[in-house]
Structures are given as structure tokens and as C-alpha cells.
Ligand binder design. Sequence first.
Ligand SMILES: [Mg+2]
Ligand SMILES: [Zn+2]
Length: 179
Amino acid sequence: MSNRGLVILDRDGVINVDSPLYIKSADEFQPITGSIEAIVRLYKAGFSIYVATNQAGLAKEKFSLEDLTLMHQKLNVLVESKGGKIEKIFYCPHHPDEQCECRKPKPGLLLRIAEHAGQALNQADFVGDSLKDIEAALAAHANPVLVLTGNGKRTRETLENSVVTFQDLADYADFKLTM
Ligand SMILES: [Mg+2]
Ligand SMILES: [Zn+2]
């Protein structure tokens, strides 16, 4: 399988339905229609898929590390049962007040992905639904991509500069697969 580069995805609002009350369990982790299939199609087309997600709910004790592990197991099983693969899920467990280096909009998670993949990010897309995602992509010298699921529509209204935008992850995958 050819390596066509990295596709990095935000999680909540891109892969699964987001909630202002946090996604706290595997039960609450519900894929957005077409998102699992989009990941599988991108993987089968030769892209390496990573996830970069802020999970401050851990520090806020909204859910435990075990809950998060179960959510990510569910995601991996859904993707792998259809023949796809997520290389690795990188998450920031910190509270916003901790001033860590990994919470988006900082580029820490994306830089760790670059290191794990052994690839620079200048050809990598980072697909997100929030301003933090776009800012992290720019800070890490990756290509920001906005989807209109999750917070995406609200994010688009607040943007000063235009960003490559798709309806959802399935729409993004359609575009990547015709490139
Ligand atoms: Mg999000
Ligand atoms: Zn962090």
C-alpha cells in the first residue's frame, strides 16, 4: 500500500457527535454518519490516519482514563471491522489552566504525531471543527481543513481567513480520493 501521507483528525465533532457535556463513555461515543467509512476509505487509499484530541474532561474528572480507553477501543473496532486502521490516537489529558504544550491550539499533539510517523507535517491535513484545530494546524505547519459537523458551522462564521472546508468527513474523503 503506497504511503500517500498523513491525515490527522480531530475526534469530537469530526468523527463522533460532540456534546457540550463531554463524551463520557463508550455508549456516548456515537459516530457521525459516514465518518467510520471515510476513515476506512482513506486508509485503503494509502493515507496514514491519526487522531489528535483535547480531552480536558479527564482533568475535570468527567470521565476516567478507563472510560477514554473504552471509547477509543470502540472507535478502533468500528474502523478495523470495516478493514481500516487508525495508526494512533493522541490525546491531551490536561486541564486548560495547566498551560501544557499539547492542548490545542498548541501544536504539541501534532508534533508528536509527526515524530511517531517519522514524517514532516507540511503535506499533512489536520481536519477539525473548531478554531483551536485550525490554529494548531497552522502552528504545526500542517494544512488546516474545516468540516461543518460539530462546531464547524459556528467556527466558519468566526473565521477571518478562509479555510478549505467540507460538509463532513465523508465529503473530505470523497475529495481526497479523487486527487
Ligand atoms: Mg472537535
Ligand atoms: Zn496537554
